[in-house]
Design a protein around this ligand. Structure first.
Ligand code: ADP
Ligand code: ZN
Length: 431
């Protein structure tokens, strides 16, 4: 079942033709902006020579720094009077960047999201509670318009106010939610404290995105909430959520390839990598008129899944996001991603729903402390048991990351809860 069967199941050749036509139009639009006019000139690029999709590798990359340099409107291609909305990134890694949309761009984005939701089984009968931040962040309004386009009843609760979230969910029978995985972990605790079990909850589908999380977290959330979770990837530079989303098969996220050209590169050499190999995701937006962005370095690490999906969609899938190149921690010379630590923690049933990684330097040596909340019942347990559990976790972590971290147990609710994007790592080594 498809929302736009002709586009979703288009042959790869037709899809490539469409991409090339849209790329050509995008390059012409970009040439009209201050930033790209200079970028083409400085790099001696003749856009007329980009006549096949393979030529895309001749174009230089666009970085987050470029967006900051061209702030506020150096990349705007449309007439100012045509702009109907701006959004901004969350600013996880510095000053936020601003994105512009025409009415056509907003409509296209809504279709893109509606298509993604439909591919997971969502229909107009669904009630959709959107617990992502409304405002400059794209997670709120982006999914909101998409779900309305599909015809769902949308409840724009935004983030926080957990008791109200629960009340709305129960009173209006919310069948789908959009939420960060870290907030979903926190909210389910509150739901249980309110005396509900997951069987009481009307929610059948959750869209998780906006932050990296491990497969183990997804599985844990599915069982705690009693729902199916769909990974939903996006970034404001590329519209926002809906860039790639899991379909009903929940195995990799279909890239909206009629809107974007995805590439995977080696982040060191910047060379393109073949499908299947892991590297940095680079995206060219070929379906936005207000603000074309070419070969954007997302810094997100993933791979393109080469095999076709069982659902019949021809748009290729990407694997879950492992983290950002700049999330990688170097501890005592060892490279480790927070998501690797998370995947170990979430496999241990005694571990509760929140954790934090604290990095310090002591006499030139890096130290890693992992603060882990336990379920309350266990916390009041035998000291021997707790020591045994602590050794078990350290052992598991050590075999995966070669480091020797310290693990500290905390009562549930001790660590700051997350309502939006979680901040899991406290690194005091630079201070
Ligand atoms: P910022 O770059 O300031 O965080 P955004 O709000 O645009 O701005 O966030 C986009 C980023 O969020 C992505 O580049 C990615 O790192 C992360 N992200 C979004 N969706 C997912 C997802 N499903 N899985 C993992 N990470 C995600
Ligand atoms: Zn599929």
């Amino acid at each position: 079942m498809f929302f736009q069967k002709d586009i979703e199941t288009m042959s790869r050749d037709d899809l490539k033709d469409l991409q090339l036509t849209r790329l050509t139009r995008t390059l012409a639009d970009a040439d009209g902006t201050d930033f790209y006019a200079k970028y083409f000139k400085d790099n001696k690029i003749d856009i007329k020579k980009i006549t096949t999709l393979e030529h895309i590798k001749d174009l230089p990359f666009t970085t987050k720094q470029d967006l900051r340099t061209s702030y506020p409107d150096g990349m705007v291609a449309a007439d100012k009077s045509e702009i109907v909305r701006i959004h901004a990134s969350s600013g996880t890694t510095g000053k936020s960047t601003v994105i512009f949309y025409t009415q056509e761009d907003i409509d296209n984005w809504a279709i893109q999201v509606a298509r993604a939701l439909y591919s997971t089984g969502a229909r107009k009968e669904d009630v959709f509670q959107n617990m992502m931040g409304y405002g400059l962040f794209t997670g709120g309004l982006g999914l909101h318009y998409g779900a309305e386009k599909l015809g769902c009843t949308v409840i724009p609760t935004s983030t926080g106010n957990s008791l109200k979230q629960i009340q709305m969910m129960m009173d209006f029978n919310s069948t789908m939610i959009h939420i960060t995985p870290s907030y979903a972990l926190h909210l389910i605790e509150i739901i249980k404290n309110e005396g509900y079990s997951h069987e009481d909850l009307p929610v059948k589908r959750a869209y998780f995105g906006a932050e990296p999380y491990s497969l183990e977290t997804k599985e844990k959330l599915e069982s705690l909430w009693g729902l199916k979770a769909y990974d939903c990837y996006g970034l404001s530079e590329m519209n926002g959520p809906g860039v790639a989303t899991e379909c009903e098969y929940q195995h990799g996220m279909h890239f909206t390839e009629d809107y974007y050209i995805p590439e995977i590169i080696d982040p060191e050499t910047c060379e393109q990598l073949p499908d299947g190999e892991e590297g940095e995701l680079v995206i060219t937006h070929i379906n936005r008129r207000a603000m074309p962005i070419i070969r954007y370095r997302t810094r997100d690490l993933t791979r393109i899944i080469p095999e076709p999906c069982q659902c019949g969609r021809t748009h290729r899938r990407i694997d879950r996001i492992k983290g950002r190149t700049d999330d990688m921690l170097i501890v005592g010379g060892v490279n480790v991603f927070p998501s690797q630590i998370e995947s170990v923690l979430m496999q241990i049933p005694e571990v509760g729903n929140n954790y934090q990684i604290v990095l310090t330097r002591d006499g030139g040596l890096d130290k890693m402390l992992i603060k882990v909340e336990l379920y309350s019942k266990l916390f009041s347990g035998e000291l021997n048991e707790l020591n045994r559990l602590n050794r078990h976790i350290v052992e598991k972590l050590r075999s995966l990351i070669v480091l020797n971290p310290k693990v500290e147990f905390l009562e549930p609710g001790t660590l700051p809860p997350s309502e939006g994007k979680a901040k899991r790592v406290i690194d005091t080594r630079q201070i």
